[in-house]
Design a protein around this ligand. Structure first.
Ligand code: ADP
Ligand code: MG
Length: 236
């Protein structure tokens, strides 16, 4: 059954220091801040989905993760929770600047991801937002360095690298690629290469998509370090 199969994935993957959490099935069993646990409970999230059970223990202890699971399986929380917990543990504040970038292939999806960050992070003090075309680049230029969590398309981010003179990502802790197979696609190649060249090499990287993006070439481009490959398949 689904639960039995998920346990196999987790047990294999969780042989390290966080093995105690590898068998967790509920969010409240994970080592999360009270602020995050409260928000999750208030949103009605109790049991983790399979991809969340498999990915969260690794992502929460700072490992790079390449996660694949079908659409609707709950991948957003699998990266939003580690992002929020990382900034919380680092005692991140507005003055620390951009701590996390979440790349999305479309503005619409960026907006949806930001809504999840906002809800799960509502008891925390971080700033952030989806930076999308209609909000106006000129206003963004003035406040972008005070946003701790940026959610945007690769194109929008490159626009800031090009046009915003003091745009500073030198403190970046986590890079997330949602719909990673699309972001690593040829269409975004030149933009993603610019982004990777502009952000710190020492960072955590989380990639999630509906299909397994295992092309070695693709992954070399985003320089994953010793990533955990997690793939949750539909039952036959
Ligand atoms: P994906 O990105 O894998 O397509 P989403 O992250 O968009 O999936 O989640 C799909 C839906 O499932 C959303 O409505 C989300 O609120 C819901 N969801 C995610 N995780 C859980 C969970 N652990 N328990 C209940 N609902 C969940
Ligand atoms: Mg998704």
């Amino acid at each position: 059954n689904a639960r039995g199969r998920a346990r196999v994935v987790v047990a294999k993957a969780a042989a390290g220091e966080y093995s105690d959490y590898g068998a967790s099935t509920r969010f409240d069993e994970l080592p999360l801040s009270t602020k995050t646990k409260d928000a999750l409970r208030q949103q009605g999230y109790k049991e983790m989905s399979e991809i969340q059970r498999a990915a969260l223990p690794h992502a929460l202890c700072g490992r790079d993760v390449l996660g694949a699971a079908k659409t609707g399986s709950g991948k957003t929380l699998a990266f939003v929770i580690p992002v929020i917990e990382k900034l919380y543990r680092e005692k991140w504040s507005q003055e620390d600047g951009v701590g996390c970038i979440i790349l999305s292939p479309t503005n619409d999806l960026a907006g949806q991801i930001w809504e999840v960050v906002r809800k799960v992070g509502k008891h925390h003090n971080f700033s952030g937002g989806a930076i999308v075309k209609r909000t106006g680049i000129e206003q963004e230029k003035e406040r972008i360095n005070s946003l701790n969590i940026l959610v945007c398309t690769p194109g929008r981010l490159v626009q800031h690298f090009d046009e915003t003179p003091n745009f500073d990502c030198s403190n970046l802790q986590i890079l997330v690629l949602d719909e990673a197979d699309q972001i690593l696609d040829q269409n975004f190649k030149s933009q993603v290469d610019i982004i990777i060249s502009q952000i710190p090499k020492v960072r955590q990287t989380l990639l999630f998509s509906a299909t397994q993006t295992k092309s070695v070439k693709d992954l070399a481009r985003v320089s994953l370090k010793n990533p955990e490959y997690i793939s949750v398949h539909e039952q036959a």
